[in-house]
Design a protein around this ligand. Structure first.
Ligand code: GDG
Length: 730
């Protein structure tokens, strides 16, 4: 990769402390900082973000200089910006909705949104101040969803990756947000958009398709100027750091102290930031249930619960903290004895050595979030179990549950299931613990944070290469010039032009997609040169084609080749029959009856089921079902099923645009051949064209064609230019 790499996240990986009227800054060791450490500290690379606290304006210069030596570039935020953009919009709108807490916790204030836009612009400006074409920019997380597009506007060719660390919610939740389209458009400024899980990818691409009507093909979104890839990159940890910490002298000493305190009592551990998404209250309830129903565990187990202070200026978090205090108090007062307290609750953070000792000592880790993008604690526990013992209980709502399948997986809403899981964990035989832990450790070590960074960056360069190769296939002004030059030197030419989607746009009513004045003019100009043979080759029925184009001196091919009008008279292919319609028609009718908005079109030798006006998603679903049904019936009847643009067509196997094209090319020697088409059936045309011909696909998805244009308007412009050579703009 040429150029430098710029990392952008809301928070800089730095701890800033006020000391003697000045500030001290030292790097902090978060998971992301560790993973990206090898990148942002190299050469000219830099990490841009907020230092995490309000800095007095007269100290900004001093802080900037200190941070520069750590390869960090600060974006300073005022108190108002922090409360509106960060606390208000990011943490009170996006965080709850993205974690499936819609109605209770989300409020939509216009001023929050305005600040969110303003601060995103501030981050983008900070990037644009240092970014140059050829650089790679990696933007992180939900606070900065608009940044990719803001950068793209100024640097159209730069490489931009985005990674979302929290879940992307299903459409039903996402579309509640008043500014949902703007958020998606912001993200689509990136070239590669990464998520922790495949579900997140699907939710995101689905939202883009439904709200922005983008062209989507599995996980690739095609915009007119660029393709964008959305993909799952499950984030890992620095597993070696946790393994070696567990072996270090300091930690060994702490483990010894802990074991002495425990004195044979089994330890269950939970570690979270204070957050309602982490399922802390539900976990306490499950633990209470366990003690209630299994008195044999009294004085035998203890729950170490660490809750790291977070966002406690937000009212819901304060409330949650009070609730936790109450519930812990309740459990302890109900079950405690003179020598034992069931819950050891800490509302504070610990040095990593203490955390490591707790991971290494705890018999069970109880990680039961209600929703979590990934959850690194579950992986850190596994990495710390250097003796291959211990049991991980993991919520199926955590992204990490997709990988850590050898944990005991629970539904955090099911108290009975959680209590049973704790019991199962406490009683699990050593061999089973080992066999599960070995597999878990293998996963955590293979998919570590370095691997995560590498596969993301590699994929980003691949996407960029794909975009470039697509770029060279686009009919640019240079390509046009070349085509016109060849055209001018040739004397015997043939043009195969598809109709719907190629010469006209799509219309909800197929009868309304009739030719307009401009199109007639284009065809007239093109056909007025006796050296040009124009063939409109369409799936339409021949009556319609005849009505629209019968008066022009051009050849017409209808129903994908079943009917041809080459010299003034319509002829159908010999040996075709339509007896099969009797069995196929009722199947299509069942689908038309079950699917509002769909209808059947009957042509002489084909039947088509159209679903352009069926609700998004349902149409594709029914189309898939229909194809499955038809496959059985058509297999021995000499029929083919053609999935087109929002249409499934059944016709005789002998009919094929490619065959027709080959026949026509055979008739005469042409020194110039061009074919333009937009759908599946045109691929047969492209394949049948000679080596040196000009084949053009409308739309930039994969195709046999050599070139592509974006839409029918560009097709018309290209054809106009052929007959009226005007200087092509550079
Ligand atoms: C977001 C997503 C996603 C905790 N207590 C102490 C301490 N920690 C460290 C842990 C762990 C980190 O905090 C927590 O990470 P999580 O992944 O569990 O959760 P979030 O903070 O919500 O992170 C999450 C993550 O982004 C990454 O993409 O996995 O789903 O919500 O590393 O070790 N560290 C120290 N003392 C503590 O007391 N030193």
């Amino acid at each position: 990769m040429t150029g430098k790499t710029i990392i952008v996240s809301n928070r800089l990986p730095v701890k800033i402390q006020e000391k003697d009227g000045g500030y001290n800054s030292s790097p902090s060791e978060g998971g992301l900082a560790t993973g990206l450490g090898s990148i942002y500290q190299e050469g000219e690379n830099v990490w841009i973000g907020w230092p995490g606290t309000e800095i007095a304006p007269d100290k900004e210069e001093e802080i900037t200089a200190q941070l520069a030596s750590l390869s960090l570039l600060p974006v300073f935020l005022s108190q108002e910006e922090i409360s509106e953009y960060y606390e208000g919009f990011s943490n009170e709108v996006l965080w709850p909705i993205f974690h499936y807490y819609a109605s209770t916790y989300s409020t939509y204030r216009q001023s929050n949104w305005q600040f969110y836009q303003q601060v995103n612009q501030k981050f983008a400006d900070a990037v644009l101040n240092v970014a140059k074409p050829g650089d790679t920019i990696w933007v992180h997380d939900y606070q900065l969803l608009l940044v990719p597009a803001l950068i793209r506007k100024q640097l159209p060719d730069v490489s931009i990756g985005f990674f979302l660390h929290i879940p992307f919610p299903s459409f039903e939740l996402f579309h509640l947000i008043p500014w949902r389209n703007e958020l998606l458009e912001g993200l689509l400024g990136a070239d590669l958009i990464g998520f922790h899980t495949f579900d997140d990818v699907q939710h995101f691409t689905h939202a883009c398709a439904r709200l922005l009507h983008v062209n989507l093909s599995s996980n690739v979104i095609s915009l007119p100027d660029r393709l964008i890839v959305a993909e799952a990159f499950p984030m890992g940890i620095d597993e070696q750091k946790y393994a070696s910490l567990a072996k270090s002298e300091t930690v060994k000493q702490e483990i010894e102290n802990l074991n002495a305190t425990l004195n044979g009592v089994r330890a269950i551990l939970s570690v979270d930031r204070l957050d309602y998404s982490k399922g802390i209250l539900q976990r306490l309830q499950a633990f209470e249930e366990l003690l209630k129903n299994n008195p044999e565990y009294l004085e035998k187990v203890v729950l170490y619960m660490i809750v790291v202070p977070s966002r406690d200026t937000v009212p819901q978090y304060k409330h949650l903290r009070d609730e936790i205090d109450k519930r812990v108090g309740n459990i302890n007062s109900l079950f405690r004895t003179l020598n034992w307290s069931p819950v050891q609750y800490f509302y504070r953070s610990f040095p990593i050595e203490t955390l490591s000792a707790l991971y290494a000592t705890a018999d069970v880790a109880l990680v039961t979030p209600m929703r979590d993008g990934m959850n690194l604690v579950s992986k850190e526990y596994v990495a710390s179990r250097i003796n291959n013992d211990g049991v991980l209980i993991l919520s199926e709502m955590a992204g990490s549950s997709r990988e850590l399948i050898d944990a005991i997986i629970v539904n955090p809403n099911d108290m009975g299931m959680m209590a049973a899981a704790i019991k199962q964990a406490l009683e699990m035989p050593a061999e089973e613990q080992e066999s599960r832990m070995v597999k878990l450790r293998k996963n955590v070590s293979k998919f570590n944070v370095k691997h995560w960074v590498k596969i993301f960056m590699d994929r980003l360069s691949e996407v960029k290469e794909q975009q470039q190769s697509l770029h060279t296939r686009y009919v640019s002004s240079v390509t046009k010039k070349a085509i016109y030059k060849i055209y001018a030197k040739t004397h015997q030419r043939i043009f195969f032009l598809d109709y719907d989607g190629t010469l006209v746009g799509f219309n909800a009513d197929i009868n309304k997609a009739s030719p307009d004045k401009e199109l007639y003019q284009v065809l007239q100009d093109l056909s007025s040169d006796p050296a040009n043979k124009i063939v409109i080759i369409s799936g339409r029925d021949y009556h319609t084609l005849d009505k629209w184009f019968g008066h022009l001196p051009i050849a017409l091919v209808a129903e994908h080749g079943a009917w041809q009008k080459l010299d003034g008279e319509w002829k159908s292919l010999p040996t075709l029959n339509d007896q099969w319609k009797k069995t196929i028609q009722p199947v299509l009718e069942t689908f038309a009856d079950r699917t509002p908005g769909s209808f059947i079109e009957e042509k002489t030798y084909s039947l088509a089921w159209h679903y352009r006006n069926v609700g998004a998603g349902l149409g594709e679903l029914r189309a898939g079902e229909l194809i499955n049904n038809l496959r059985y019936i058509t297999s021995d009847q000499g029929l083919q099923i053609l999935p087109g643009n929002k249409v499934i067509e059944v016709k005789n196997i002998e009919i094929n645009k490619g065959k027709t094209v080959m026949g026509l090319l055979h008739d005469q020697h042409y020194d110039f051949a061009m074919a333009i088409g937009d759908d599946h059936t045109d691929e047969d045309t492209f394949k049948a064209m000679p080596e040196n011909s000009v084949t053009i696909k409308v739309g930039n998805n994969s195709s046999e064609a050599k070139y592509f244009v974006n839409d029918f308007k560009e097709v018309r412009a290209l054809l106009k230019g052929i007959t009226k050579p005007v200087p092509v703009e550079e």
